[in-house]
Design a protein around this ligand. Structure first.
Ligand code: GLA
Length: 379
């Protein structure tokens, strides 16, 4: 990485600084982080790594090793080609809106977070850049500010109306811990958990849905319209997640889609509480059951799964694997699996074969460890 930075941008007399941000998984609490819900994410050891150095001009230069592409920008205007650049421009835009001066810099980046896998490569890029700019231009941002700036870049500049979960965990992740985050108040606590003879791993469906971002925004709009109708009758309700689990959905005149979205949100509350309790008391069967129930709620009620991830989860359930579910925004990407470390993994070969036969696609299996959040490398 050092070589490619200096090859692109010149001599190492003024050394560039290196920063790294992780990917994330979410154990449970899916599609509730823009509804004031509780989420349970963790940072994992896939990363986006950057090198950065001010260049004493007003020009920004970005080099992506993965795409082998160099881009030079003077004005902060959204680009259609090379959409990864919009995450960078979105961060500069947000910092300028907050009245920070961001002089020109040179940036090279590379990483191993698979794109479109639901592991938040875009949030990692937003967070690593915001963190790095805060360090090199002494902006004195704390880790929550950094997460909020990353989210605002994505909401306002890129146009995906994501919640705060991804940027928050990438900013505040801690080795061997997940975070339970209240996305309404941003209060959070770390949970160190020991899976004993069990493990989490990921199965990547290798499905990337081209309408993912627009479908995501539609789900959010449906939840907002349901909330507006509920507030007409129950004005004290601030967030959908504030409703009691046994809220009488028929008491409000909602569309079928609004009802289904609400059913997911209401049921996810209890599953999240049970999952946290299950991790603490080492009741892994309970955790697994919550993961499966969460998946089918996301599939049938929130309608953000796809035939491929449904097939993977259904197969795992038939194989009596402890638990599994799609994670992240959905419409493809990864399935998180909770399994015995020593279990007979023969099913992997069969699943890979039947998946290829059915969908003409390969599966990838990823092991990971739970890691720290964004940091400077080498200090
Ligand atoms: C994406 C978004 C998050 C969150 C998840 C679903 O990853 O970026 O904010 O909404 O989907 O839980």
């Amino acid at each position: 990485m050092d070589d490619s930075f200096y090859r692109q941008f010149g001599s190492p007399e003024k050394p560039a600084r290196k920063f790294s941000a992780p990917a994330r998984i979410n154990i449970i609490g899916e599609h509730v982080d823009y509804l004031g819900g509780i989420v349970l994410p963790a940072a994992i050891d896939f990363s986006i790594d950057i090198m950065i150095r001010p260049n004493s001009s007003n020009t920004y230069r970005f080099y992506s090793e993965n795409f082998n592409s160099l881009t030079q920008v003077n004005d902060i205007v959204k680009v259609e080609k090379h959409t990864w650049i919009n995450y960078i421009l979105g961060v500069i835009d947000q910092l300028q809106k907050r009245k920070f001066s961001i002089p020109g810099f040179d940036l090279s980046l590379n990483g191993n977070i698979p794109q479109g896998a639901g592991l938040s490569s875009s949030a990692a890029l937003e967070v690593v850049l915001t963190y790095a700019l805060s360090k090199i231009y002494k902006l004195d941002l704390n880790r929550t500010d950094i997460a909020l700036i990353g989210q605002a870049a994505e909401n306002e500049f890129v146009g995906t109306k994501c919640g705060i979960m991804d940027q928050f965990i990438i900013s505040r992740g801690k080795k061997n811990n997940c975070i339970s985050l209240n996305t309404d108040t941003l209060e959070y606590s770390y949970h160190e958990f020991d899976l004993e003879d069990k493990e989490f791993y990921l199965i990547q469906s290798n499905v990337k849905h081209s309408l993912k971002d627009s479908a995501y925004n539609t789900r959010r709009e449906e939840c907002e319209s349901a909330l507006a109708k509920i507030q007409k009758i129950y004005p004290k309700i601030q967030n959908l997640y504030d409703l009691a689990d046994d809220f009488d959905i028929s008491s409000v005149s909602l569309t079928l889609n609004e009802k289904k979205r609400l059913q997911h949100v209401l049921s996810e509350k209890l599953r999240t509480q049970n999952t946290i309790a299950g991790l603490i008391t080492k009741n892994f069967q309970l955790v697994g059951q919550c993961l499966y129930e969460c998946h089918w709620s996301l599939s049938k009620n929130f309608e953000v799964s796809c035939p491929e991830t449904d097939f993977i989860v259904e197969t795992l359930q038939k194989e009596s694997i402890i638990g599994a579910r799609m994670i992240g925004g959905g419409f493809g990407g990864c399935v998180l699996v909770l399994d015995n470390k020593e279990s007979n993994k023969n099913y992997k070969i069969e699943l890979t074969n039947s998946y290829r036969k059915m969908f003409n696609k390969d599966l990838s299996f990823y092991q990971f460890s739970i890691s720290n959040g964004v940091h400077e490398v080498g200090i």
